[in-house]
Design a protein. Structure first.
Length: 119
């Protein structure tokens, strides 16, 4: 089951990266991992660094992807983002936390970009 989740996650991240590039985001990093956790995509647009969580769902039976980014997941993302900012000495940029939710329905993908999620 874990291998399937990895494949599914990679598929969602590829769709999200395509969307971001088409909307003038520069992808800095994918699957940034530390001992604190992981961030799916780190991107830059208009002097703002975006830390993006991607959620791909095959149905909305168990709710949307954005609902899966609960308090604990947000805390992990925030800690990893702070570490990334410190290690890369990022100053003078705005910081934003986003979720890209993708739902697959009848072999078509539908997405929504939740910008500036409050952490």
């Amino acid at each position: 089951m874990k291998k399937y989740n990895k494949v599914k996650g990679d598929e969602g991240e590829e769709i999200a990266c395509d969307y971001l590039r088409k909307n003038c985001y520069k992808i800095i990093c994918r699957n940034y991992k530390t001992y604190l956790g992981e961030i799916d995509i780190i991107a830059v647009k208009d002097n703002c660094i975006h830390f993006i969580e991607v959620k791909l769902r095959n149905s909305r039976f168990y709710g949307g992807g954005v609902e899966a980014v609960n308090y604990y997941k947000r805390q992990h993302i925030e800690k990893v983002a702070k570490q990334y900012i410190a290690l890369n000495e990022i100053v003078g940029m705005q910081i934003q936390f986003d979720v890209i939710e993708i739902t697959k329905y009848k072999d078509k993908y539908y997405g929504k970009h939740y910008k500036q999620m409050l952490f």
